[in-house]
Design a protein around this ligand. Structure first.
Ligand SMILES: *Cc1c(COP(=O)(O)O)cnc(C)c1O
Length: 397
């Protein structure tokens, strides 16, 4: 079994580049150059230096003592929440902005749903002094006004997507249209392991710093460079891809991916792609997605904006279908409970997305001699309103 994409970008049955003809030159240009550029010594030097001094890496691997006692196992938290801008997304945007620079691009476009990727993108374009346009559904702009303000403060132009349901998939369409119209000077910066090849592979490589650090940190803390289990939440799948990356071929490590079940699998308000989706094409790649019988994408729902995506990246579709990954879900309520629990046991307020990964601890069999890493993808400051709103329910229980 091979978990790297082939030359056409396929992970088993999934991946590839299903794009309009007009986009072909852009994507082909990127495909031809990305490996050579990323692999060069000068790129690696600048990437690593920014990860360290701008993003704040390496992030700690923290042994969560009280959480471990509660679940009768050894839980380590990979603290991606301590990155600059509060999540793992900055690893990818730093990588792609350096690539865009080396490709001679002067203008950066991106789409964003909740605004997290838009903020991470606007952050690195400010850092590099590049022009930035972020497409965002009009409805999302209203729901996520603080992130719109952040992007604007960072110097980005936020353009509302007015078509369809005025959410993420409409913003994606606008971004693709923009790229087709500006092939020369513009770089399209995608925020997860999704999109046409080479994006899923490229983003996974940039996020792989997570498991690269984990290997060394586990060696120091446990005398072994791999854990028994790694748990990560999956929206598009980039933090999970980064946390799994260096263990994909190590079968001793169980890879656990947690999707957002929202209000429940049968409620019609869910974002659990592997459990409710089917094979098809979304965002330029063949993968699993949530769609109706006519192949129309169904609107996903999750309390956490970052998991509110109707597909998963092709690597994850492959991990699911091949059985290499164990996929499960957590509901809004389970995620909220896990977030309150972590806060009270460890003094860490997690992002709602990461809380889905934490919720898995209560749903799997664990033993005392096991080492489990939970990828804490982000911090919860942005979710405080949801936490405050639901806290009284938690206190009553
Ligand atoms: C965006 C986001 C996610 C989901 O994106 P992936 O590509 O699946 O990692 C998860 N956690 C946090 C904190 C996020 O901001």
């Amino acid at each position: 079994m091979n978990y790297q994409p082939d030359t056409k970008g396929f992970y088993g049955d999934f991946g590839g580049a299903f794009i309009p003809e007009l986009l072909y030159p852009n994507v082909e240009f990127l495909r031809k150059h990305y490996l050579e550029i990323i692999g060069s010594e000068s790129f690696q030097k600048e990437f690593n230096s920014l990860l360290q001094d701008f993003a704040g890496r390496p992030t700690p691997l923290y042994f969560a003592k009280r959480l471990s006692e509660k679940y009768n196992t050894n839980v380590f938290l990979k603290r991606e929440d301590l990155n600059h801008t509060g999540a793992h997304k900055i690893n990818n945007t730093i990588g792609q902005i350096l690539l865009a620079q080396r490709l001679g691009k002067k203008r950066i476009i991106a789409e964003t749903g909740a605004g997290q990727h838009g903020v991470a993108t606007a952050t690195v374009t400010a850092l590099m002094g590049l022009q930035c346009v972020v497409y965002m559904g009009k409805v999302d702009m209203e729901r996520q006004a603080p992130n719109v303000a952040r992007m604007q403060m960072l110097g980005a132009e936020v353009r509302p997507a007015l078509s369809g349901s005025q959410t993420l998939k409409d913003a994606t369409n606008e971004a693709i249209r923009d790229w087709i119209n500006h092939p020369e000077d513009t770089y399209y910066l995608i925020g997860s392991v999704v999109g046409p090849h080479p994006y899923p592979d490229m983003v996974a490589r940039f996020q792989s710093v997570i498991s690269e650090e984990m290997k060394q940190q586990l060696q120091e803390k446990t005398g072994r460079d791999y854990p028994d289990k790694i748990i990560a939440c999956v929206g598009g799948g980039s933090n999970a891809a980064g946390a799994f990356y260096h263990y994909l071929d190590n079968k001793k490590v169980e890879l656990i991916a947690v999707e957002a079940e929202g209000l429940g699998l049968k409620s019609g308000h869910t974002a659990a792609t592997t459990q409710t989706g089917s094979e098809g094409i979304i965002h330029g790649s063949r993968t699993l997605l949530m769609q109706n019988e006519e192949g129309q994408i169904t609107e996903p729902y999750s309390i956490s904006a970052g998991l509110d995506y109707p597909g998963i990246g092709p690597l994850h579709a492959h991990l699911f279908k091949s059985g290499r990954g164990r996929f499960m879900g957590a509901t809004d309520q389970e995620a909220l409970n896990a977030a309150y629990e972590l806060t009270r046991l460890e003094g860490i307020i997690p992002a709602l997305e990461s809380a889905h990964a934490l919720a898995a601890l209560g749903k799997i069999e664990l033993t005392k001699d096991e080492n489990v890493v939970v990828n804490l993808s982000g911090r919860g400051d942005k979710d405080l309103q949801a936490y405050i709103k639901n806290l009284s329910d938690f206190e009553k229980d």
